[in-house]
Design a protein around this ligand. Structure first.
Ligand SMILES: C[S@@+](CC[C@H](N)C(=O)[O-])C[C@H]1O[C@@H](n2cnc3c(N)ncnc32)[C@H](O)[C@@H]1O
Length: 139
């Protein structure tokens, strides 16, 4: 993935981009050095979402923004789905209830946490999951 990204950047002539391999619980960047953190459908996969938000907070400069799109729960999952690791890998059973998810962001230090959009993502299975877009600011 990193190789493909580097190749694409080289082909496109983009000289102001850099790709680093890392984990969202241990971002490969120094403290307070980035303006924005973006993430699409990754945090639900982490077993320690609080740590992910603390890492984003650590990496951001003061005034930096965190913009996330992720899967959260809007109700309780059936036990057979909740306990299924394949459903975790499918971005379902690792999801937290929305209120808990937003609370972890606040506990990490983010002062302004705003939900920009909520979309039902339960599909035909009728699972209580939704796609959430959230903007948070390191005040
Ligand atoms: C559903 S895909 C989303 C990929 C991409 N963000 C997108 O929007 O197309 C989830 C990705 O998260 C990565 N991932 C899962 N756990 C991770 C972690 N702890 N740290 C970094 N990446 C992780 C997986 O390897 C996978 O590429």
């Amino acid at each position: 993935m990193i190789d493909r990204a580097r190749t694409a950047a080289r082909k496109g002539g983009y000289k102001n981009v850099e790709f680093r391999l890392g984990e969202i619980e241990n971002l490969p960047v120094a403290d307070a050095c980035v303006d924005a953190v973006i993430s699409n459908c990754v945090i639900n996969l982490s077993p320690d979402k609080g740590r992910v938000f603390r890492e984003a907070f650590r990496a951001l400069k003061a005034g930096g923004r965190l913009l996330i799109s992720d899967v959260v729960l809007s109700g309780e999952l059936p036990p057979q789905v909740r306990d299924d690791l394949e459903q975790w890998a499918a971005c379902v059973s690792g999801a937290l209830p929305e209120t808990e998810y937003l609370q972890l962001m606040r506990e990490a230090g983010f002062s302004e946490v705003s939900v920009l959009a909520r979309t039902d993502a339960g599909g035909q299975a009728g699972l209580p999951i939704r796609s959430l877009q959230v903007l948070a600011v390191k005040g």
